[in-house]
Design a protein around this ligand. Structure first.
Ligand code: NAP
Length: 260
């Protein structure tokens, strides 16, 4: 019976948004592969939490910026589960240091784009080829790929140009794969989170507290949570959008609205 349950790979699921997505997908009936790169304990805690709620999960250490690691990770999933119904490209990093565009380094550019753009691009390519095979073999019906991009895909932050460039590129990756995979019934979707309370934003908490609570940055005047993003992921996986692909979901408290 458990062999029939769909399988999801969530990259960067040890903490923050990915952790929230992994927990909610497990609660909605997915067997979940909890990918992480460094934080062994946090990843195992997510797996334990899923087991405690009666779900099925495995940890999987792999560096998303490495195509060799992609192959090893997919091999592990193939051997353990024999299928992959959902890929959530969530893992991502901020630049180690926020530096003005006129001073920012090539090293940071390569690191951020390697993880946030090249990594999901090639992981999606490899996953898509396997999903196509599974669809053609009649094992999967309507698999899905979801990208967690950002409001930084279209919002300028001159102190982290590499991050914005990577997220803008990722939005195009969504469109490319959505167009290419539609004939196989593989839906591709993008979620653009706004300002979400996680480790990534811990260092800029005061700045965003001020913008949100004193300067009216958001129509919905609060921080977003990993659960807000996870709810959107689960809604997509429930099949409510059968005639959509390449769709962008704004989960940002209304940040994207132009206001005067
Ligand atoms: P976070 O709290 O810093 O967590 C990052 C997660 O990604 C961790 O699980 C980390 O694993 C994993 N990770 C980092 N580099 C990796 C790599 N090379 N290979 C595999 N996993 C890796 O970040 P978050 O705030 O949840 O962000 C998740 C995604 O949402 C990112 O793509 C981010 O750009 C995007 N986003 C975040 C916000 C926000 O406000 N927080 C807003 C918009 C978009 P370890 O625990 O092993 O380090």
């Amino acid at each position: 019976m458990a062999d029939q349950l769909p399988v999801a790979l969530v990259t960067g699921a040890s903490r923050g948004i990915g952790r929230g997505i992994a927990l909610k997908l497990a609660a909605s009936g997915y067997r979940v592969v909890v990918n992480y790169v460094h934080n062994h304990e946090a990843a195992h805690a997510v797996v334990d939490a899923i087991h405690a709620q009666g779900g099925i999960a495995i940890p999987c250490q792999a560096d998303i910026s490495s195509t060799e690691h992609h192959d090893l990770m997919l091999q592990q999933i193939r051997e353990r589960f024999g299928r992959l119904d959902l890929l959530v490209n969530n893992a991502g990093i901020a630049p180690r240091q926020r530096l003005d565009l006129l001073q920012a380094t090539e090293e940071s550019f390569d690191h951020v784009l390697g993880t946030n753009l090249k990594g999901p691009y090639f992981l999606t390519q490899r996953t898509a080829n396997w999903m196509i095979q599974l669809v053609e073999d009649g094992i999967l019906f309507q698999p899905k790929i979801i990208f967690i991009s950002s409001i930084s895909a279209y919002t300028v932050s001159v102190a982290r140009g590499d991050y914005c460039t990577a997220k803008a590129g990722l939005s195009m990756v969504v469109k490319l794969f959505a167009a290419r995979l539609a004939e196989y019934n593989i839906g591709v979707f993008e979620i653009q989170p706004g300002i979400i309370e996680t480790d990534m934003t811990a260092g800029v908490r005061e700045k965003y507290d001020r913008l949100i609570y004193e300067e009216d940055l958001l129509p919905i005047s609060r921080w977003g949570t990993p659960e807000d993003i996870a709810q959107a992921v689960v809604a997509i996986t429930e099949g409510a959008f059968p005639y959509s692909t390449g769709q962008v979901f704004h989960v940002d408290g209304g940040f994207h609205l132009r206001r005067i």
